[in-house]
Ligand binder design. Structure first.
Ligand code: HEM
Length: 126
């Protein structure tokens, strides 16, 4: 009998149902990458905004565009998700919350807190 008959031939991440721990882990990587990509743009916008009153006005005007606001929301979520997920990883590194049930709960906590605080901040900013 061919032992390899049922072996995994390909892995389509969009077709498998990932556990919440995997979702949060991938989210940590994506959020870290997004923040790194944003660094030059954030530095430029900050530098422009403090250079003069006109510079400040132009940055504020640019932030009025829906696309810029969408990017800003994504960055706020990225920071919150990365922050909570980073603390979770560091705790797991020192053997806190390693068991599967606790790791699942902490992953749900990270996922929900990041989303909830992003939505709350959106509400406050409006
Ligand atoms: C604010 C507090 C932060 C905490 C607590 C934190 C925590 C962590 C931890 C623990 C890791 C290692 C994850 C692992 O072992 O797989 C990590 C990875 C990383 N962090 Fe942060 N981080 C923070 C802020 C940031 C910021 C501000 C940026 C970007 C500007 C950033 C970018 C990254 C990137 C790119 C990685 C590598 C992700 C990967 O490819 O796996 N982090 N962070």
């Amino acid at each position: 009998m061919d032992k390899n008959k049922n072996r995994l031939k390909y892995l389509n991440l969009f077709k498998i149902r990932m556990p919440i721990t995997a979702v949060v882990s991938i989210g940590h990587r994506i959020s870290g990458l997004l923040m790194v990509i944003a660094i030059p743009f954030v530095i430029y916008a900050f530098q422009l905004s403090v250079s003069s009153a006109a510079g400040y006005e132009s940055v504020m005007a640019a932030l009025d565009y829906p696309l810029a606001q969408g990017v800003l929301v994504l960055l706020v979520w990225s920071f919150l998700h990365h922050f909570f997920s980073g603390i979770r990883i560091l705790l797991i590194d020192i053997d806190v919350g390693v068991s599967r049930p606790v790791a699942r709960i902490s992953a749900w906590l990270v996922y929900s807190l990041a989303l909830l605080i992003t939505i709350l901040l959106l509400g406050i900013m409006r």
